[in-house]
Design a binder for this molecule. Structure first.
Ligand SMILES: C[S@@+](CC[C@H](N)C(=O)[O-])C[C@H]1O[C@@H](n2cnc3c(N)ncnc32)[C@H](O)[C@@H]1O
Length: 245
């Protein structure tokens, strides 16, 4: 069975294994992506923040600690929303159980829209980018990470353990649906080239300020072999853009 959007995260076993992986020692999310995300983000003091595909809203906790005025997380998974609501209990955060596609984006509301590793689940990124543009205040920031297109191009080189020892990059310019064998399930993702991400952001009206591939930093790793493995191929692609005044 193929799982689209959030649906895999509502399978109990998948959800628990995903969370365990997400926070494991040497997790690339923590060691590689997170430092770059925080380099890209503005000072969020007094910001109204929207997090698309917020997962368990751990980012919300961090942004609230950094004094954002409000945090709204949107996620299509019931499991994720429950976990996120527990994390935000008694804090200035709110979680909306909705797909990003169905979420009712209020115009000119947010200073920051952020999304971590969720936009490659979206088939029509162009439509969503336009909604994000509208929901931002003037000069508002849009920062997001996706699975790097070198990885989503082809999943042929995945081994039974889910680990790749070599990477096949194939059909790169054939963007569209891919099915990734991941955590024992078949998860639907949408491959887009770097050029497409860039063009969609530009067409939606954004000024693109930065694009990052999250080069691993040796001093963030305890395990040198893990660091060397992560130096072989990029895992993440991040963009920072702004709605111009
Ligand atoms: C890889 S997880 C990342 C979660 C979180 N952003 C993080 O970095 O920890 C992807 C998240 O996107 C959510 N998601 C996937 N497709 C979605 C959609 N169409 N609308 C809303 N959420 C979606 C999933 O439910 C899941 O929580």
């Amino acid at each position: 069975m193929e799982y689209k959007g959030s649906s895999a995260y509502d399978q109990h076993r998948f959800f628990e294994q995903y969370i365990a992986r997400r926070y494991r020692e040497e997790s690339p999310n923590e060691k590689i992506k997170k430092p770059v995300l925080f380099e890209l983000l503005d000072d969020v003091t007094d910001y109204e923040v929207l997090d698309l595909g917020c997962g368990d809203a751990f980012l919300g906790l961090e942004l609230l600690k950094r004094h954002c005025r409000s945090y709204t997380g949107v996620d299509g998974s019931k499991n994720m929303c429950e976990r996120a609501s527990q994390h935000l209990k008694d804090r200035r955060g709110r979680i909306v159980h909705s797909t990003m596609e169905e979420f009712d984006f209020p115009p000119f509301t947010y200073d920051l829209v952020v999304s971590q590793l969720a936009l490659h689940y979206i088939e029509d990124f162009s439509m969503l980018a336009k909604k994000i543009y509208k929901t931002l205040k003037v000069n508002g920031q849009f920062v997001f990470s996706v699975q790097h297109p070198l990885l989503t191009a082809s999943f042929e080189s995945l081994t039974a353990s889910g680990k790749r020892n070599n990477w096949i990059v194939d059909n790169y310019f054939h963007s569209g649906k891919r099915v990734e064998p991941w955590i024992g399930e078949h998860v639907v993702k949408y491959h887009r080239t770097m050029e497409e991400y860039f063009a969609i952001l530009k067409q939606s009206g954004f000024i693109i300020h930065d694009i990052r591939e999250a080069t691993p930093q040796k001093d963030h790793f305890k395990d040198i072999e893990e660091y060397e493995r992560r130096m072989r191929i990029p895992l993440f692609l991040l963009f920072s853009c702004r709605k111009p005044s």
